[in-house]
Design a protein around this ligand. Structure first.
Ligand code: NAP
Length: 277
């Protein structure tokens, strides 16, 4: 049997790093992509620890031409992509009034449009071969709008809507489309979150924003390990029984479950309001 090829985005750290290594440990040839390959040391050390090899390539999902060129080069060198994991993600904090148009555009550009472009680019070959897996790491914030994460949640809800619309069509061609919804995971996402919009002097939202930051730091302190969340992404990408939606922890099950069963939306809004107390 020929070895399958997987492309994973955002593998310099966190869930993407452990997903890349986890897929390689399943015998899959992994092309681990990142914006800056000089930051591959942690990934390569983890691969080494587990005795697996992977290929590292540059891919910035915001650079659409570069990203497509990367996928073309991968296909030319290693054969068609069997599994695409859209993991790269960007978090921007701020309530709508604090967020400029550019913040919304940046979140949508990386979290939605970047993933859409990569997916669109691998679909023709998967469709022609009648098989493939597209797995996108969304969030429980793709089901529950979280205060001060307006841009992030907007992009993750949108990504989930896009992937759910695609799923039944892709399935007709043998392609399984899935989303993986982590709740809090212990990664660099806290430090990597752009909080600049929270910091303007005299901002009327300052007190609430401080409560938000306190709540998020408390959640991150008891967050799920990245290896655990990545194991669910690997399962979603490789299982013989693919399904559309996966949660990575009980916390994710609880919060997504609350939202999906909450027809008027009031319970989810009340639950999230607790972050501001
Ligand atoms: P992380 O450690 O900050 O990883 C995010 C990754 O995305 C980094 O490798 C980052 O690369 C990459 N990235 C950002 N912008 C990119 C771009 N334009 N092109 C390519 N890569 C880019 O955080 P993480 O928690 O592992 O995040 C992975 C995914 O899980 C994200 O989609 C995130 O939204 C989702 N998620 C995380 C949590 C959580 O609590 N941690 C919860 C729900 C969902 P650089 O090193 O170059 O910045």
């Amino acid at each position: 049997m020929t070895q399958k090829t997987a492309v994973v985005t955002g593998t310099s750290s966190g869930i993407g790093l452990h997903t890349a290594v986890g897929l390689a440990r399943k015998g899959i040839h992994v092309v681990a992509t990142m914006r800056d390959t000089t930051r591959a040391a942690a990934l390569l050390a983890e691969a080494d620890l587990h005795g697996v090899d992977l290929t590292v390539r540059t891919l910035d999902v915001s650079d659409r031409d570069g990203a497509r060129a990367c996928l073309d080069a991968v296909a030319a060198e290693f054969g068609p992509v069997d599994i695409l994991v859209n993991n790269a993600g960007l978090s921007i904090a701020g309530t709508l009034e604090q967020l400029g148009e550019d913040a919304l555009q940046r979140a949508l550009d990386v979290n939605l449009l970047g993933a859409a472009a990569l997916t669109r680019h691998v679909l023709p070959s998967m469709r022609a071969r009648g098989s493939g897996r597209i797995v996108s790491v969304t969030s429980n914030g793709a089901a529950v709008g979280e205060p001060f994460l307006d841009a992030y949640c907007a992009s993750k809800f949108a990504l989930e809507g896009l992937m759910q619309s695609l799923a039944p069509v892709a399935a007709r061609y043998g392609i399984a489309v899935s989303v993986v919804q982590p709740a809090f995971v212990a990664t660099n996402i806290g430090e990597n979150t752009d909080t600049a919009a929270l910091a303007s002097p005299g901002d009327p939202y300052q007190d609430l924003a401080e409560c938000f930051l306190r709540s998020v730091h408390a959640e991150l302190a008891r967050a799920q390990p990245a290896t655990e969340a990545a194991a669910v992404v690997v399962e979603a990408a490789t299982t013989g029984e693919p399904r559309f939606r996966w949660q990575t922890s009980q916390a994710a099950v609880d919060s997504v479950g609350l939202s999906l069963a909450d027809l008027d939306g009031d319970r989810a809004v009340a639950a999230m309001s607790a972050w501001l107390d």
